[in-house]
Design a protein. Structure first.
Length: 335
């Protein structure tokens, strides 16, 4: 076996061990991050000025800027933030969390459909992804990512009374799930979450992403001409071993934890065998049995012909999935 192959096996063993043991941050780290999130939520002092400028690429109307976060993830960092605004007054703000090996401008069609419906879309490139200069994602705890997401929301906020929706795909769906499951992280946004929309959430990840541990566009969607800004990068979660362990550990907590009472939730999943990234039957079981246990209003939408990248799929599947998500958001914010 090559040294690289040996390393991959070792990382997989570490992730499986974490799944069984339940890796959690130390008590000191948890106390520090919890206190920081509470202080940020209370004061609103959580981000430098963000200047947005028109950006090129597949996403029409995208404006991007850089947010400096010197105290998160182990050092001074610059995070790329993107906003797509609708024509006229927005009916809601939606924070979209992209997935592993993804970037904010890989979801052009979804962002366009949301903007056409009057939704203002906000997103950002995760550490190790896209054009964010924030060091390795290994150095970012889930609490750090929660604090970062809250800072992006505050830095882009126009109207604190506007309905706020949280959405995410794949690993971003896992993050969104954990953020709403944790009352401190949820409160850090400073606004009530009107709805939660999850596409193929990685609450039950398969051991080897894409079937062999490497992310490829052809394993994500049947549409190899999907308008994406770049190929999947980082290509494998095993390139970031600490991240891989945290992902599995956080997924274990997420899939065993209900969502908050009264929260409207949409969960979209692909085919049981078509999706090579998450255990779709396990996600469906969570959405049907565990997630609504405390009173969340969970709606499950199945797209059996879809691979993991549901909103990237070819017509008619991708169009149907995007329409379902947009309709869900409009219905929830118009209540």
């Amino acid at each position: 076996m090559t040294p690289r192959g040996t390393a991959s096996v070792a990382l997989l063993v570490a992730a499986v061990t974490a799944f069984g043991a339940g890796v959690v941050p130390s008590v000191g780290e948890a106390a520090r991050t919890t206190a920081a999130l509470r202080a940020e939520a209370a004061t609103g002092d959580i981000g430098a000025e963000l200047r947005l400028r028109p950006a090129s690429g597949p996403v029409r109307g995208l404006e991007t800027g850089t947010l400096t976060v010197p105290d998160l993830g182990g050092g001074a960092h610059r995070v790329r933030v993107g906003v797509v605004a609708p024509r006229g007054e927005p009916i809601a703000d939606l924070l979209f969390l992209h997935g592993h090996a993804d970037r904010l401008d890989n979801h052009a069609a979804l962002f366009a459909d949301l903007a056409a419906a009057g939704v203002r879309v906000v997103s950002f490139d995760l550490p190790s992804h896209g054009e964010t200069d924030a060091g390795a994602i290994d150095r970012w705890s889930t609490a750090d990512l929660a604090a970062l997401a809250a800072r992006v929301v505050h830095a882009t906020e126009q109207d604190p009374d506007r309905p706020f929706v949280l959405a995410g795909w794949s690993f971003g769906g896992l993050l969104a799930t954990r953020f709403v499951q944790d009352p401190v992280q949820r409160a850090a946004f400073g606004r009530p979450i009107a709805a939660l929309a999850l596409e193929s959430p990685a609450v039950a990840p398969l051991p080897l992403a894409g079937g062999d541990g490497v992310s490829r566009l052809r394993a994500l969607t049947h549409d190899l001409r999907a308008p994406v800004a770049g190929p999947p990068q980082p290509a494998s979660p095993f390139l970031d071993p600490v991240f891989a362990v945290r992902l599995v550990a956080q997924a274990r907590v997420a899939v065993a934890t209900p969502l908050p009472d009264g929260l409207p939730v949409l969960v979209e999943v692909g085919g049981d065998t078509e999706d090579r990234y998450v255990d779709v039957p396990a996600v469906r079981s969570w959405a049907g049995d565990v997630a609504p246990r405390d009173g969340a209003d969970v709606q499950l939408e199945r797209f059996p012909d879809a691979r993991h990248g549901i909103d990237l799929e070819a017509w008619p599947v991708g169009d149907a999935a995007r329409t379902a998500l947009v309709d869900f958001v409009r219905q929830q914010v118009s209540r």
